[in-house]
Unconditional design. Structure first.
Ligand code: NAG
Ligand code: NAG
Ligand code: CU
Length: 561
């Protein structure tokens, strides 16, 4: 009897111990199963030279990124021997090709028209010899000739630090900024107006936008996002400083004033960043905006804002839901989606604010310091943060980061000096880095999308339409895991000064998914596109599949209308 009881007792203890051991050991075991430790935190690689400093960046083709700097003596020269201020960077060869820009792009904005043409606007004064003022310039990137065409004197007013957004009807709104370059905005140079391009009645006109008067002085590069709605209205979320509104462009009315965001300031020069959390058909595209970082004081030693807020834009009496930004203070963060709908914060500084360094050489004073060298990975469903692998290149004022169609993140720029300055603490940075997030080290097979609507992918931009069902042919290498797919459409946006204009992520319903019996490892997938252009504006986007969290080999270049 005693022996039997002892036996039962011992088995019980063993089971308990076992459970404890399992619980404790599981995370470690999982890590050991990964191919190498570095791969669980992602990896960094310097891949090339941007030729011009990466102050603005935009993905224009699956393997091409355009960089736009300002007028300065970059080492990349145009055929006329003058310093280039914009380049086209080839992600296969890692070479930068100079582009023709003759008006100053310092510091401008960009957005795509519904027909896929990239438009850039605004800037600063020229040097009156070879380069002219960009303050009223519109630049059109002509894909066929592979270069910029500049339309000077088109904007009715000067725009430095404006924001651009593509509207549901495919026109562009150019909003705010100041009429000349300045460290902090003020009433006499503020430009509290917006203009629409192309102009609806053929004449460019500025329209008052009172919100940008009320939010002085920390209100440059205002945060603007389209609010999804069933009525197809051009409804905009506009945020500056700590304040935000919903603005109905159709009626010209502010339809909602949101509560003031807790914590420090979020707009230039106390620069934070914003992102619309991935939208989903599951809850009818209910929008939640997330704003992170910034600073409370325009003091060099002031510790940056270690807070994020989320606000459900269409919930009655919504309040900001605050957190500690994963415990990392960051001013001038950049933010990008990853293919699986998680979010990556990168770049920026632990103290200070956005601005040019004062003084020269050893006596120079940077407005921001304590660069944050690691990205912070945010899971918007679990609401958790994780610090990933560090780079050793600080990226402070005038840095960029953008998701690439292969699921990696391109990081470039950093230039807090008024002229090209090398060999100093925070030099004019030309090195282009690729951050490879942990999800690309998975052993789960990555889907390879071979055609969409019977058109081979990434040989041309494929036209698709709202509310239609599209069919793709996909290869997925067989493995122990039965494929489990999710789909999304992403607009990669135009990024500068921690402001990614138009960046958007929308989950897509998979309506059908079955093996193609005729070819091994081949599947047919049918996706449903969003019903209307308030959910994601018309224009060039990429369609992605991911198997568990393993992104497809490359997203599909599409034009949504
Ligand atoms: C990850 O670390 C291993 C071992 O330290 C190294 O051999 C490998 O090159 C690293 N991978 C990358 C992509 O950096
Ligand atoms: C797109 O529209 C703009 C403005 O109407 C025009 O300048 C541009 O040439 C068009 N692009 C294409 C590819 O049709
Ligand atoms: Cu700037």
């Amino acid at each position: 009897m005693d022996v039997k009881f002892l036996y039962i007792f011992l088995v019980g203890v063993l089971i308990l111990l076992n459970e404890r051991i399992n619980v404790i050991a599981l995370p470690a075991l999982r890590e050991r199963q990964e191919p190498a430790d570095n791969t669980t935190l992602g990896t960094w690689k310097i891949v090339g030279d941007s030729g011009v400093s990466g102050m603005h960046a935009v993905v224009v083709a699956p393997k091409k990124v355009i960089f736009i700097d300002r007028l300065e003596q970059n080492h990349l020269k145009k055929s006329d021997g003058l310093a280039a201020i914009s380049s086209e960077y080839d992600l296969d060869t890692n070479q930068a090709r100079p582009l023709s820009v003759y008006t100053n792009t310092f510091c401008s904005a960009g957005s795509f028209l519904a027909n896929g043409t990239l438009i850039e606007a605004g800037g600063s004064t020229g040097d009156d010899i070879n380069y002219r003022s960009g303050l009223q310039t519109i630049r059109v990137y002509d894909k066929d000739i592979g270069d910029w065409i500049e339309l000077e004197g088109i904007l009715p007013s000067n725009r430095w630090y404006p924001t651009m957004i593509t509207l549901p009807n495919g026109n562009l709104m150019i909003l705010g900024g100041s009429t000349k370059a300045v460290a902090v905005n003020r009433a006499d140079i503020n430009n509290p107006t917006f203009t629409i391009y192309p102009p609806p009645n053929g004449v460019m006109q500025d329209h008052e936008f009172e919100f940008l008067t009320a939010t002085l002085p920390n209100n440059l590069y205002p945060i603007v996002h389209l609010i999804p709605n069933d009525e197809g209205k051009a409804l905009l979320f506009v945020f500056a400083s700590k304040e935000s509104i919903a603005f109905d462009l159709g009626t010209g009315q502010t339809v909602k004033t949101y509560p003031k965001m807790p914590g420090g300031f979020r707009s230039y020069p106390l620069t934070g960043t914003s992102i619309m959390l991935p939208l989903s058909p599951i809850d009818n595209y209910k929008p939640t905006i997330m704003i992170c970082g910034g600073n409370k004081d325009r003091e060099i030693t002031s510790v940056s804002e270690a807070s994020c807020g989320r606000l459900a834009l269409t919930t009655e009496n919504a309040e900001w839901e605050m957190d500690d930004f994963g415990g990392t203070p960051r001013v001038m963060p950049d933010v990008t989606y990853l293919v699986d709908g998680t979010i990556l914060f990168v770049n920026g500084a632990g103290t200070g604010f956005a601005g040019l360094r004062k003084g020269q050489g050893a006596n120079s004073l940077y407005t921001a310091d304590n660069p944050v060298l690691f990205p912070t990975h945010y899971d918007p469903i679990a609401k958790t943060y994780k610090a990933l692998a560090s780079t050793n290149i600080p990226r402070v004022y005038h840095s960029v980061a953008t998701l690439l169609p292969d699921g990696t993140v391109l990081v470039a720029g950093s230039n807090p000096s008024s002229v090209v300055s090398l060999g100093i603490k925070f030099p004019t940075e030309y090195r282009v880095e690729i951050f490879t997030p942990p999800y690309l080290y998975t052993t789960t097979p990555r889907p390879n999308i071979v055609s969409l609507q019977d058109i081979p992918t990434n040989q041309q931009r494929i036209p698709i339409f709202y509310d239609e069902a599209i069919t793709m042919v996909v290869h997925i290498k067989s493995s122990d895991l039965q494929p489990s797919l999710k789909a999304a459409i992403i607009h990669h946006g135009f990024v500068t000064h921690s402001t990614n204009m138009n960046q958007r992520y929308v989950n897509l319903n998979i309506e059908n998914f079955y093996p193609d019996e005729s070819i091994a490892d081949q599947y047919v997938v049918t996706l449903k596109l969003p019903p209307n252009p308030t959910i994601i504006a018309p224009g060039p986007h990429y369609i992605y599949l991911f198997n568990y969290n393993a992104p497809c080999v490359i997203g599909v270049d599409v034009l949504l209308n």
